[in-house]
Design a protein around this ligand. Structure first.
Ligand SMILES: Cc1cc2nc3c(=O)[nH]c(=O)nc-3n(C[C@H](O)[C@H](O)[C@H](O)COP(=O)(O)OP(=O)(O)OC[C@H]3O[C@@H](n4cnc5c(N)ncnc54)[C@H](O)[C@@H]3O)c2cc1C
Length: 396
């Protein structure tokens, strides 16, 4: 594989390791870093956080994301503390099923959604290769081939042939390049891990007058719950109060699972924003994950799409022609994520419509002529088993 100088204009220089700086050690950044390192490139990750986050919620990994984790050889390590879902169900506020979707079978081991502790996903990804994370390294500015980095009182400039912006929805890297970005605020959601088992029969998402509330088993003894954060919940959470009552009032379907006391620091409340970029690449720079395409969480494709970004970037760089061409092909291929962003937004709107009949009508409108299984298939943006095979072959 050759190397193109960082201004992205000159010809290819033969057989050189590309010096890659990945900004952001989230799921997208870690996967990108380890995959590119396995191709033989010289990779370093910088992250402004002091250390790896210990976020205690969960994540639904779909076949596209699982295919990438399998190619990295780490998917199996998640099994013990996770749950496999072969059906995804949506109920109305009265507990009546609106829709049941069987996860399409994309090949061996790719016929389910894996509900996994987020911290475990980050841990196995961080250990998936030799790339170290430079914690406490805050990137304040990026330009072609250059990053300004603040570490404590020290300020330095680091150089790279390729900068990977994996720094999340409010990406600094994205801001420093002219990539035509539109960012919109979205809804607020809460997430929490509850120390109670959940029977698969009750698992699913409930669309109610307060928005949505979901509960999924995560391993044999825990339940991952998420819900629309109503203003009352946001206020209680912001004041540091116990949030059990506010959550139970807004989402009675979760009430039986909640402990009597639930300190606000055990509940994560997030504003979710959407990012639309004109392009995911610029001179010597590429965006992956939420930095490129943050989306409504309703299709469960944010992190999965970030894993897919990492895989496609790796496959394009593995072709061994010039860096500029590889980035252009990556950009063209990743346009598929825009449709997933739109589908996720439509589902978000349907889930927040009022009343059972409206919910059904909104779902029908949201999905158009495609059944939910079709939307789920389209959300993969690839044939997951083919992706796994190509990636495994590229990594040798
Ligand atoms: C309620 C909810 C439920 C969700 N459920 C799912 C799901 O089931 N499945 C799914 O696939 N996705 C889900 N998502 C989406 C998923 O969480 C995100 O898409 C994913 O975590 C984004 O990962 P990332 O690596 O792109 O960015 P991030 O996780 O945001 O990581 C960015 C990293 O960059 C670092 N950083 C930021 N700025 C700088 C800087 N200037 N210098 C250096 N470092 C910097 C940060 O410290 C951070 O570590 C959900 C989201 C929400 C809100």
């Amino acid at each position: 594989m050759g190397l193109q100088p960082s201004d992205g204009t000159a010809n290819w220089v033969a057989s050189t390791r590309v010096r890659v700086k990945v900004v952001g050690a989230g799921i997208a950044g870690l996967a990108t870093a380890h995959l590119l390192a396995r191709l033989g490139h010289d990779v370093e990750i910088l992250d402004s956080a002091a250390s790896a986050p210990e976020e205690g919620t969960a994540l639904a990994l779909q076949p596209n994301g699982l295919a990438v984790l399998e190619a990295l050889g780490v998917a199996g390590e998640l099994d013990a503390a996770s749950s496999r879902m072969r059906q995804l169900r949506v109920f109305d506020g009265l507990g009546r099923a609106i829709t049941t979707t069987v996860v399409p079978d994309f090949g061996p081991g790719l016929d389910h959604v894996l509900v996994a502790p987020r911290a475990d996903v980050v841990r196995v990804l961080a250990a998936a290769g030799p790339v170290a994370v430079r914690w406490g390294a805050d990137v304040g500015h990026a330009g072609p081939g250059l990053l300004d980095v603040q570490e404590g009182h020290d300020r330095s400039t680091v150089t790279a042939d390729l900068i990977v912006g994996a720094d999340g929805a409010s990406s600094t890297v994205r801001r420093c390049f002219d990539l035509g970005v539109r960012r919109r605020g979205g809804r607020r959601y809460l997430r929490m891990m509850l120390e109670r088992p959940l029977a698969h029969a009750r698992a699913g998402e409930y669309w109610t007058r307060s928005g949505l509330a979901g509960m999924l088993p995560c391993g044999p003894a825990r339940t991952y719950a998420y819900a629309t954060a109503t203003q009352e919940i946001v206020d209680a959470h912001a004041s540091g109060a116990d949030v059990a009552e506010a959550i139970g009032r807004a989402h009675p379907i979760l009430a039986a699972l909640l402990p009597r006391s639930l300190p606000s620091d055990r509940v994560l409340v997030n504003d979710v924003s959407t990012v639309d970029c004109r392009s995911f690449v610029g001179p010597g720079v590429v965006l992956v994950g939420d930095a490129a395409h943050a989306m409504a969480p309703n299709l469960g494709q944010g992190a999965n799409s970030g894993l897919l970004d990492a895989a496609i970037l790796t496959l394009e760089l593995a072709q061994g022609d010039d860096l500029g061409s590889a980035l252009e092909r990556y950009d063209a291929q990743r346009q598929a994520v825009r449709r997933v962003q739109r589908d996720a937004e439509r589902l978000a709107r349907a889930a927040h419509s009022r009343g059972p009949r409206e919910a059904r009508n909104a779902l029908a409108r949201a999905l158009g002529r495609l059944p939910v299984a079709g939307v789920l298939r389209r959300a993969q943006q690839c044939e997951p088993d083919e992706l796994r095979a190509r990636l495994s072959a590229a990594l040798g």
